[in-house]
Design a binder for this molecule. Structure first.
Ligand SMILES: Cc1ncc(COP(=O)(O)O)c(C=O)c1O
Length: 399
């Protein structure tokens, strides 16, 4: 009774087993935590509850794209960041994951291909296949900074055609998880030209865009409203409360619709959104206040991430054979390790022998070296203690 979209019988991998055993022994320090509500941040609880309490609970006005006031609140939040977004181009969803679902439904027939970045967010395999589409990876290349590997993108298009698949969408994650690299405006212009040539929708996942480490005019912040994307037929920028305001529990995301065919995209998306009507009314009614309060949470998250990254950089210079890859933003850091062990062996050794949890680079399709990925969200004392264990373990193993 199961569809063939996924292998529904995935068994536990070796690292998951080691991690479970380490967790059972207790005292594990988790440097993979990406849930902002579990890292000891002070939320403005009272004000958030009051904002939700003010929302009307006894009315329901179904609106496929969301309540007009809530869409205007998202546009106003972009305006505070200096970006002009027309509220009529904002579509509310329950999360960025749902935004992907809507967009793959919109663009893809069963078996169509979606070009996805590698290394990147590991959920694309599921997000595409659950919509009946097939992910085909294209590479990001690292030579001190990360770039879109346009040759690999061409190869991905050729691979799709060879398999008899139509490529319908191209995903960028901006800034990317876990590389923390922003798409540059010249790259967006090339992607838009490619999208126009091959009739691809550009989907730009910008959930981490509110977390840059420094300003840079060369970067894309919101592809759907960036002039550099002008040639593209359809560009969708994805954002949401989950990352922008550290409020994943409120389940509200958004899509900003751009590109030359934006009116047609909106007309088609309306049918998808109207079929689900998935965003709860109270969170929409409270959205303006939530975005304002969320700015406080965002500032606390940004301070946490920068503080931990500074601690990481300082700790790694002392450790033998490791280096921190440069990043421009986001919540993650990549550590390059000696190739004496595989990334999985390093991660398993750290869990089993040092009781510290990190992710191996292959989870994110990192290649060309041995890498571990850590989240920068943990409470500073946990992060520092985990880091000390990590460095001590490396020094012992490499001695
Ligand atoms: C790049 C990226 N996009 C989207 C998401 C999911 O966001 P949401 O909670 O809005 O579904 C994540 C979560 O980690 C992510 O890393």
């Amino acid at each position: 009774m199961r569809s063939a979209r996924l292998d529904w019988t995935v068994s536990e991998n070796a690292l998951a087993g080691v991690t479970r055993a380490a967790a059972a022994r207790g005292g594990l320090l988790d440097l993979t935590e990406t849930n902002p509500t579990r890292v000891g941040l002070a939320y403005p609880d009272g004000a958030l509850s009051a904002a939700l309490a003010r929302a009307p609970f006894a009315t329901y006005e179904p609106a496929p794209f969301g309540l007009p006031a809530a869409r205007a609140a998202v546009a106003a939040d972009y305006a505070r960041a200096g970006l002009r977004v027309d509220p009529a181009r904002v579509v509310l969803t329950a999360s960025s994951s749902e935004s992907y679902g809507f967009l793959f439904k919109l663009c893809c027939d069963p078996g169509d291909a979606v070009l996805v970045p590698e290394p990147s967010y590991p959920l694309f395999e599921y997000l595409t296949r659950l919509e009946g589409a097939v992910p085909i990876g294209y590479r990001l290349a690292f030579d001190g900074v990360w770039h879109v590997d346009f040759a690999s993108l061409t190869e991905a298009l050729v691979a799709a055609a060879r398999d008899g698949r139509r490529a319908r969408a191209l995903v960028v994650v901006n800034p990317n998880n876990p590389t923390g690299s922003f798409l540059k405006r010249d790259e967006l212009a090339r992607l838009a030209a490619l999208a126009a040539r091959h009739d691809l929708a550009l989907i730009s996942d910008e959930v981490f865009a509110p977390y840059p480490f420094a300003a840079d005019q060369a970067r894309v912040v919101a592809a759907a409203v960036d002039d550099a994307g002008g040639e593209a037929p359809a560009i969708f920028s994805l954002g949401g409360l989950s990352k922008a305001c550290g409020l994943p529990q409120l389940k509200l995301g958004w899509i900003v619709v751009g590109g030359r065919q934006a009116p047609a995209s909106l007309a088609a998306l309306e049918l998808v959104a109207d079929t689900y009507l998935s965003v709860a009314t109270p969170v929409q009614a409270a959205l303006d206040d939530l975005l304002t309060l969320g700015a406080e949470v965002r500032a606390a998250l940004a301070a946490r991430v920068t503080g931990n990254r500074t601690a990481l950089a300082a700790a790694l210079t002392a450790a033998c054979g490791c280096s921190l890859l440069p990043a421009e933003g986001g919540w993650s850091a990549i550590i390059r390790l000696p190739a004496s062990h595989s990334d999985e062996a390093w991660a398993a050794g750290l869990a089993a022998e040092a009781a510290v949890l990190v992710q191996p680079g292959y989870f994110f399709d990192l290649r060309g070296g041995t890498f571990l990925v850590v989240s920068l969200l943990a409470a500073p004392e946990i992060f520092a203690a985990g880091l000390a264990r990590l460095v001590a373990h490396l020094e012992t193993v490499l001695r």
